[in-house]
Design a protein around this ligand. Sequence first.
Ligand code: NAP
Length: 523
Amino acid sequence: MGIERITSYLAGRWQDGDGEGARLFNPANDEVVATASTQGLDMGAAVQFARERGGALRALTFAERASILERMRAAMHQAREALIDAQVLNGGCTRSDAKFDIDGAILVFAHYAELGKALGDKRILADGEGIQLGRSPRFWGQHIHVPKHGVAVLINAFNFPTWGFAEKAACALLAGMPVIIKPATSTALTAYKAMQLLVEHSGAPEGALSFVGGSVGNLLDHMNGQDILSFTGSAATGQKLRSHSKIVASSIPVNVEADSLNAAVLGPDVDLGSDCMQLFLRDVAREITQKTGQKCTAVRRIMVPQTRVDDVIAELGARLGEIVIGDPNLKEVRMGPLSSKDQLHEVHAGIARLKKEAVVVHGDPDGPMKLVGVAPGVGCFFAPVLLRANDSWNANEVHSHEVFGPVATILPYSGKAEDAAGLVQKGEGGLVASVYSDDRDFTEQVTLGIAPFSGRVYLGSSKVLEHALGSGLVWPQCTHGGPGRAGGGEELGGLRGVLHFMQRTSIQGSRPMVEQIAGTKPA
Ligand code: NAP
C-alpha cells in the first residue's frame, strides 16, 4: 500500500499544506503509512468561513440536524470495515480494539440522531419552568437555550481517532454549532477517512464541517467569545490551551478531558471463586489491556484488601499472561503495539517512576516478549505490567502519574470502606472509579466517598455479572468527564452534552411575550 496524503477540509474545500509535514506510522512494523501538513493553510479564513456560514445550521430544526447525524451514522456504518483497516494500520489496534472506537462513534451519532428527532421542530429549548418575578404573573421569567453564533473547535487525543471527534461533534452539530475537527496527528488516518465520508454523505450545510489534518497552527488566535474549545488530551496540553491569551481574553469556554488515574476497588466480602471476583478479574484484565492500555478510562490503580493481595496478583497475573501480543491483523492476537515510539518511550519512563514506590509483580518491562507474527526488533510492543505499591498511602507517583499503556498498580488497603475511598481520592479527580462488592453498605459508603472525585462510578457485583460491560465503556446517555486531574470537563449525558454548546439566557418581561419567544405558550 502506498503512503497516503492527509489533507484538511477548510473553508468548504479540501486543501493541502506545504512540504512533507508529519509522518504517520504503522506501529506494528515502523513503516510510514501517511503524511500530513497544514503549513501555509489559512486558519483565520477557515474559522471565518465556518462562523459566517453557521446561520444555515442554526436555521435547521433539531429534527433536521438529527437527520444529518443519522446520515453520518449510516455513512460510518457502511464504511466500518475500511475504517477498521485504517485504524489497524495507523494505530496498531487489533480489529476488536478498532471496533471499540468506530462502533463507539456510530453509537454516539445514533443516540444523538434519536434525541434530535425527539426534540422535533424546535430550534431553541426552554430550560425548566417559567418563573413569576413580579407581584403578579404578568412579569415573567424563563430560561432558554439558544445556539451560539460561533464555531466549536474540537481537538482530540490519539487514542480514539473517531469516537473522540464523534462524541463532541454530535452534540455541537445538534446544538446548531459548526465544528472544526482536529484529531491528533499521529493517528489521524482513520479520522481523515471518516471525515471524507461525512463531508460527502452527511448533507450538512456548507461551513458546518471543517477538518484540520495536522498541526492546528494559529487557529486559536482566530477564536472569539461565541466559540467553544473542547479538548481531549494530556493535562499539560490542556493547561497550555486553557491559558492561551485569546482564550483568556475572550472568555472562551474550554472543556478539558485529560489524564485520569482510574481506580478499581475490591470489597473485603469478595471471595476467590465468587461471581463478583470473576467479574472483577475479567473487567480489570480487560481495562488494563484493551487498546494496549491507551484508554482514558483504563484502570491504573487497583485497591485490594491486604488479605487478598497475593490471590489477586496470582489470578490477575495469570489472565494478563494469557494475552497474545503481536501483529494486530492476526485473529489470535489480543493486544497490538503502543501507538508510537514516543508512547513506548513514555511508558518505559513512567514505569521507572512507579518503580520508585512499587515493585513489579507481573511482567518484565525490560525483558524479552513473546510476539506473534512480528519480525524481530520492529514495532512499539509492550507486554502488560502489574506492580504492587510498597506503601499505598505514600505512593505519590502511583496516585499522580498516568502511565498510558498496559500498566496498573495494586494498592493494598485495610478492607475498610473509608480507606478504600481515601485512596481513590488521592488520584485528585478521575473519569471513572469502580467498586466490586456484594456488600451494599460497603458499596454505598465507598460510592458516596468517591463520587465527588469521580465523573462516573461503576458498581460491579454478582447481580450484574451477565449484564455489565465494564467500567471503560462510555455511554452517550451518561456523562463523561471528571473533576480535578481529569480536566474538570463534562461531555455527553444525553441532552446535557448538547447544552454545553448553547447559551443559557434568562428572558424577563410580560408573560405572553416571554412564552412566545421561549415556545412555552400553553396550547
Ligand atoms: P496531547 O499530546 O496532549 O495531544 C492532544 C491533542 O492536542 C492533539 O490533537 C494535539 O495535536 C493537540 N495539541 C498539542 N499541542 C497543542 C497546542 N499547543 N495547541 C493546540 N493543540 C495542541 O495528548 P495525546 O498524547 O494525543 O493523548 C493522550 C492523553 O489524552 C492521555 O493523557 C489521556 O489520558 C488523555 N485522554 C483523555 C481522554 C478523556 O476523555 N478524558 C480521552 C482520551 C485521552 P498534534 O497531535 O497535532 O500534536
